[in-house]
Design a protein around this ligand. Structure first.
Ligand code: F6R
Length: 602
């Protein structure tokens, strides 16, 4: 998704902007560009990977100590040089980078055309510098012209703007697209995300909707766009180190993040204890509970549903965010818990807004402090997985699952449905789970690497599971398709006989998620069923399970845990399987094609 970076200070802006762009790469992009100001406005931009563009255009020779940069993920207009950002006004004095969508851009284009302006791209963004130019020609200064422009925009936007007429300031505007200000010493930054500024500062201000910031090299003044009123906001001290946002010696962010799961879960469980009572009260007072999310977060929500039902006797409905508005009913008695790693997913934000408009109460669970979803929610809960750079979610999935398991235990305590002793034991086991995750990683990694080598050329994979094993299977299948580009399908094992079994024949790999508990023996029958048709069963089962081993081609043994906690251990070999197959196939697991880390369009 689009990424913005801006710099004003004493150093050469282009070098810092280029570095910032590289740190925003994980958001997904198709083109990139930089504009700087010295005695004139300089701009270089193109389609492609940042390093290739840099090799072609050489950003390093751009003079100036103020500038803006952008990574674009096309929404209006195909990926191309002319559609890449920054965009400039007709006079070549104002440059703008934009993340989001300007819904009324056609109307604004028409207005500007009738005032003599021309357009050179297919983007919605190009109206912005020209409208600023229009207002400056009416006698407004830069800041006033930006304010007048923004008040005419409909849609969502984070903007970074520079003007040759006032080269000592950088203006940032935010509405429904993330934007932060990084506070340095005699230098300031704006960015879509914290990792872009981390090498330079750990002090950041998170901008809120409807705000603009006038940033010079020594200060950032935040104002409400509508009233012009100054907003005082304390900077946050970011505790993430630069190393946390880098690969730490792993070949890929994804592998690093898989190995960070013990910490991600530990930190999340620790922090959750403070937040859980508020969330429990909200849920206990609800007539209807929706868990809403996309992709991996949706799978975590399904696990949450299972745990809430099993432990707390509570019924919830889990809905994919993009389906919410068509299929769900929300009213004053409804609580919607939105789960989103980034807190910026447009589909999830939309579901939240629809539910809210109908009177529902909103709680969110997100990994990003200050993200958009936190501003839309009545109650904000956090996972503490740290920044996740790999596009495929791994440690944030485990953190979400850990949070929801902790929630289910707390709700069960409050509803007194289980004995205190039983719940205490579960809570103790859950707090020990980070060590079990660590052990599991060590045990399964060499085995999975080997299996990946043998199955790297498969064209189809099936994943089967029952009960809590089914969402684990779904998450395993999603990982494999997104980073290894192998068609993979998860099906509840009991559904095999209703159709999918027709596809099982000699050599088809079938990953069987065999969790302990009530479904175990039925799952065993399904494993046999697949084996009898020649399917190559790769089974995940608890250490020491001799039964499963009799019917499978490969057996991955997982240290024993309570059935409800198996998502936190069983998911590890599945993440690793996808990772190693992706690497074996010569792909880049951190940057899967066509996908973005933060999906900020519906
Ligand atoms: C898969 C993946 C996506 C995200 C989905 C939701 O590995 O990362 O499926 O889970 O786009 O993103 P968030 O959680 O940021 O709302």
């Amino acid at each position: 998704m689009c990424g913005i970076i801006g710099y004003i200070g004493k150093r050469q802006a282009a070098a810092i902007l280029l570095d910032g762009l590289k740190r925003l790469e994980y958001r997904g992009y198709d083109s990139a560009g930089i504009a700087t100001i010295s005695d004139k406005l300089h701009m270089k931009k193109d389609k492609g990977k940042i390093e290739e563009i840099d090799r072609r255009l050489n950003f390093a020779d751009m003079p100036g100590t103020i500038g803006i940069g952008h990574t674009r993920w096309a929404t209006h207009g195909e990926p191309s040089q002319k559609n890449a950002h920054p965009h400039i006004d007709n006079a070549g004095k104002i440059a703008v980078v934009h993340n989001g969508i300007i819904e009324n851009y056609e109307h604004l284009r028409h207005f500007l055309r009738s005032n003599g302006y021309s357009f050179y791209s297919d983007t919605d963004t190009e109206v912005v510098p020209n409208l600023i130019n229009y207002f400056m020609r009416q006698g407004h200064d830069f800041e006033e012209a930006v304010r007048s422009t923004v008040s005419r925009l409909k849609g969502s936007y984070a903007l970074g703007i520079v003007s040759l007429d006032e080269p000592d300031k950088l203006i940032a505007v935010r509405k429904e697209s993330p934007l932060i200000i990084g506070l340095g010493v005699d230098e300031m930054f704006i960015a879509s995300d914290v990792p872009a500024v981390l090498p330079y500062t750990k002090r950041v201000i998170v901008m809120e909707d409807g705000e603009m910031a006038i940033v010079t090299s020594v200060k950032a003044i935040i104002k409400r766009v509508d009233s012009g009123e100054i907003v005082e906001r304390k900077p946050l001290e970011i505790t993430w180190t630069i190393e946390m946002a880098e690969k730490r010696g792993y070949p890929h962010f994804m592998l690093k993040e898989i190995h960070e799961q013990p910490d991600a879960v530990r930190e999340t469980l620790r922090a959750a204890q403070k937040e859980l009572d508020g969330l429990c009260d909200m849920l206990l007072n609800a007539k209807r509970i929706y868990l809403v999310a996309c992709g991996t977060a949706y799978h975590a929500a399904l696990i949450g549903k299972y745990a809430l039902a099993q432990l707390a006797g509570m019924s919830t409905e889990v809905v994919i965010s993009s389906e919410f508005q068509e299929s769900c009913m929300a009213d004053e008695g409804t609580v919607l818990l939105a789960i989103s790693q980034s807190g910026e997913t447009a589909d999830t934000l939309k579901a939240v807004r629809v539910a809210k408009a109908n009177g529902a109460k909103i709680a969110c669970l997100t990994n990003v402090v200050g993200s958009s979803i936190t501003r839309e929610s009545d109650l904000v809960c956090h996972t503490y997985a740290g920044p996740e750079i790999g596009v495929a979610a791994t440690k944030t999935f485990s953190a979400q699952v850990a949070y929801l398991l902790s929630l289910a235990i707390r709700l069960a305590e409050k509803r007194s449905l289980k004995s205190k002793k039983e719940l205490n034991e579960l809570a103790i086991q859950l707090h020990k789970i980070p060590e079990t995750i660590l052990d599991t990683l060590q045990i399964v990694e060499p085995k999975v690497k080997d299996i990946a080598r043998r199955h790297k050329d498969a064209t189809n994979f099936f994943f089967i599971g029952r009960g809590i094993g089914y969402p684990i299977a779904m998450e395993g299948a999603l990982k494999l398709k997104e980073i290894a580009y192998i068609h993979s399908e998860a099906t509840p094992a009991g559904e095999l006989k209703h159709g999918p079994l027709a596809l099982i024949q000699r050599g088809v790999p079938v990953v069987a998620v065999v969790v302990p508990g009530a479904s175990y023996s039925r799952m065993l029958s399904n494993v046999e069923e697949v084996g009898a048709r020649g399917g190559e069963v790769i089974a995940l089962a608890v250490e020491g399970d001799v039964e499963v081993g009799k019917h499978v081609t490969e057996l991955i043994q997982i240290p024993k845990t309570h059935e409800l906690f198996t998502p936190l251990t069983y998911i590890l070999p599945l993440q690793l399987l996808a990772y190693f197959i992706s690497v074996e196939r010569g792909l880049d697991p951190d940057r899967p094609r066509h996908l973005a880390k933060s999906v900020t369009v519906e």
